[in-house]
Design a protein around this ligand. Structure first.
Ligand code: FES
Length: 164
């Protein structure tokens, strides 16, 4: 596998700040716009950076603690960058004994990330799961909601090219 995590240009977050500033300005002082503005920021950045939370707090006149509280309460919001596609390698017992860990290592090397991280181009996040109910077809890998069975490193490459 080529290092797929580093082959594309990384997102330049600095370019996104003027956009979120503009959105905040449209709702300046309107505390009721908090969730809506946070949604827009989440869509723009893929997560809610601390600097954005501060900007929203100042712009809408909402205490930073409240912004943080909302950002951590709703599952839709994320405090860390997420990839456009989430890869989940099953490391339940059946998948582990049939090579699940080797797939994790292959992906970590190929994508240039560790489990729990996101590639610089935000294409993929890599995570582990414990049993997805496909034990007879182990090892299993999920990409978003798609389940792939009897995966090996060669198959991983074929799978990932489908996700841009
Ligand atoms: S252990 Fe992986 S699907 Fe059950």
């Amino acid at each position: 596998m080529e290092n797929q995590g580093c082959s594309c240009a990384p997102i330049n977050e600095e370019d996104l700040y003027p956009k979120i500033e503009e959105i905040i300005n449209q709702h300046r002082g309107n505390q009721n716009a908090l969730i809506m503005v946070l949604h827009k920021a989440q869509n723009l950045f893929g997560y809610l950076p601390g600097r954005v939370q501060e900007m929203v707090s100042l712009g809408l006149g909402v205490p930073l603690s409240e912004v943080y509280g909302v950002a951590t309460f709703y599952a839709f919001f994320s405090m860390v960058p997420k990839g456009r596609h989430e890869i989940k390698v099953c490391l339940g017992t059946a998948c582990y004994v049939r090579g699940g860990q080797k797939i994790v290592e292959y992906l970590e090397k190929g994508l240039g990330v560790r489990v729990g991280d996101t590639t610089k181009d935000r294409r993929f996040s890599l995570n582990e799961v414990r049993c997805v109910g496909a034990c007879s077809l182990a090892p299993a890998v999920l990409v978003n909601d798609d389940v792939y069975a009897q995966v090996d490193p060669a198959k991983v490459d074929e799978i990932l090219v489908k996700y841009e």
